[in-house]
Design a protein around this ligand. Sequence first.
Ligand SMILES: O=C(O)c1cccc(C(=O)CC[C@H]2O[C@@H](n3cnc4c(=O)[nH]cnc43)[C@H](O)[C@@H]2O)c1
Length: 251
Amino acid sequence: MVHRILIVTAVAAEADSVSAGLGLGAPELLPLPGGLVLRRHTESPGARVLIDVLVGGVGPAAVAASTGTALAYAALTGTENPYGLVVSAGIAGGFQPLAPLGSVVVSSAVVAADLGAQTPDGYLTVDELGFGRSAHPVPKALTDRIAAALTAAGLPHTVAPVLTVSTVTGTAGRAAELAGRHPGAAAEAMEGFGVAEAAAAYGVPVVEIRAVSNAVGPRDRAAWRIGEALHALRHTSELLSKTVFMELEPS
Ligand SMILES: O=C(O)c1cccc(C(=O)CC[C@H]2O[C@@H](n3cnc4c(=O)[nH]cnc43)[C@H](O)[C@@H]2O)c1
């Protein structure tokens, strides 16, 4: 039985880091509807494990559409098994001091941080408004295994909620507001919730893995350490491809 994992990034530089870390050689390129291209990595011809990497676009809407396309395509074509895990991966802002630059955050939950309504009495989530959901849980057994692999390799990491925002935080006030509303959240990025919504529609578990490139707070693009974060993302992919990704039960 083939065991399939879909890893979705926002931009090509993130996908390149993930692909390089997997250490499975050059991927096969599979065109998908909508102009998307899936990078398919396998151990060898006829392999048991198949890892697809998708550049899904920036922001929750773009990535929900692209992830949904990849999942629909897998469900509708051929006799292959559908995916058993979807991973949202990339760089992120880290809430300080929980997630230092260059460290990795593994999501305990994937949370939409600005999907709701402002009211005179404060912010209400879509759940509170009765429209849907604003968080996806991540199986604890999965985050435990990922954390164990990162711990064994001495890679600094945190398991905590990861926020999805449509606007990158650029002030101390907004950072404090988000931290107050989501105590314990360690990172913010722009795609996790979109990936998670698509995965949930197909009943596939999801986890978000983020390497921290910058602090959440006053905008200072010069202080972003994108190279360090991409290196941590590559290292994480390498570790997981040798451990957790290979050990998951085929669906
Ligand atoms: O300029 C580059 O070389 C470069 C290489 C890789 C990635 C980028 C991006 O700009 C990726 C955008 C992506 O990053 C996430 N992100 C990073 N920091 C934050 C943040 O503080 N708040 C929210 N999102 C953040 C986000 O998911 C974007 O899609 C550039």
